[in-house]
Design a protein around this ligand. Structure first.
Ligand code: ATP
Length: 296
């Protein structure tokens, strides 16, 4: 039986034009397998609403055409109705962390073709103060960058790298009290990531051993470091060896409580939030179905 897909297209993600996407879908989606519709998000949170309505109307698959922020909104729309619908992804963001982790091609035509030969993979999601995330959430430097980047009209990878290089010299680490599955840790940290997948995006792996279906988050605590150590850190991230770095401590967890002296930015799937006070994070095992390429 044919399945119904809604493509939710974020016109601004990744700073890339989406002009070709409609024609690529028409040309390359297998129309014997799928009936499809397309919709464009017109503001923050609109993709979630579009996705929720699609699921309510009985669509089988909602495909996020965008980056991790778009994936987050579409996936939240799906899980909010506890439906049987699956998430699909055509990566069109600045980082595309979840798509890269799942082996979804970053070439749009190949990503559409991958939908024609896909299987459903059940993955975990997680909640931060009750708000769902699917790839990574974090506190500290990366959240600070997300907050800056959100106000930056120029999206895309190069804008991100420029922001990181500009900001990291002046960024101050801070002390965190973490309670991880009941055990207390006090840590001075440059940043702390709560990783469901292995990476932020662009193959920068903050938790190289994370398994997206193991019912656990990888809490990656990046210790303070000085400027000359930055290239070594980047090498570790990009080579998938961060878990072997002396700058990083990774603790597997189901539930985390974070307290910190000073409030600061928090990000969920790369999108910043202002959340003050205690932060509670927990894994929600096997809570989302995603279409991934057959051979992954
Ligand atoms: N029409 C729109 N105008 C402005 N913002 C939008 C619109 N549609 C969606 N958004 C917002 O765009 C934001 C960024 O999207 P997304 O995260 O997909 O792209 P990205 O940040 O470039 O990629 P990545 O997260 O992979 O780095 C999301 O927070 C989403 O809410």
């Amino acid at each position: 039986m044919k399945k119904n897909i809604l493509f939710v297209i974020n016109p601004i993600s990744g700073g890339k034009s989406k002009k070709r996407i409609e024609q690529l879908i028409i040309d390359h989606l297998d129309h014997n397998l799928y009936d499809y519709e397309m919709a464009y998000s017109n503001a923050v949170d609109h993709a979630r609403k579009l996705s929720k309505s699609a699921v309510h109307l009985g669509f089988d698959v909602v495909v996020a055409v965008g980056g991790d922020g778009t994936v987050n909104e579409v996936a939240r729309g799906i899980i909010s109705l506890k439906s049987n619908a699956a998430l699909g992804i055509i990566p069109f963001g600045s980082g595309n962390g979840l798509a890269l982790h799942l082996g979804i091609p970053t070439n749009p035509r190949k990503a559409i073709e991958a939908l024609n030969h896909s299987v459903e993979k059940v993955i975990d999601s997680a909640m931060l103060n009750g708000i769902p995330f699917f790839n990574t959430a974090g506190l500290g430097f990366d959240a600070h960058i997300s907050a800056l980047f959100a106000n930056n009209k120029k999206r895309g990878f190069s804008g991100y790298v420029k922001a990181v290089l500009r900001e990291f010299r002046n960024y101050k680490s801070q002390e965190y009290e973490l309670t991880i599955d009941g055990k207390k840790y006090i840590r001075e940290a440059f940043m702390i990531s709560f990783a469901n997948s292995t990476q932020f995006g662009n193959n920068a792996k903050i938790a190289p051993l994370a398994d997206i279906s193991d019912g656990l988050l990888d809490v990656s605590v990046v210790k303070p470091f000085v400027a000359y150590q930055f290239p070594a850190m980047m090498y570790r991230l990009m080579s998938g060896t961060a878990h072997r770095s002396s700058f990083l401590e990774i603790i597997k967890a189901k539930e985390i409580i974070v307290k910190r002296k000073e409030n600061g930015a928090v990000h969920l799937d790369g999108e910043p939030r202002d959340l003050n006070g205690q932060i509670d994070i927990k894994i929600v095992p096997a809570s989302m179905k995603v279409l991934v390429p057959l051979n992954k």
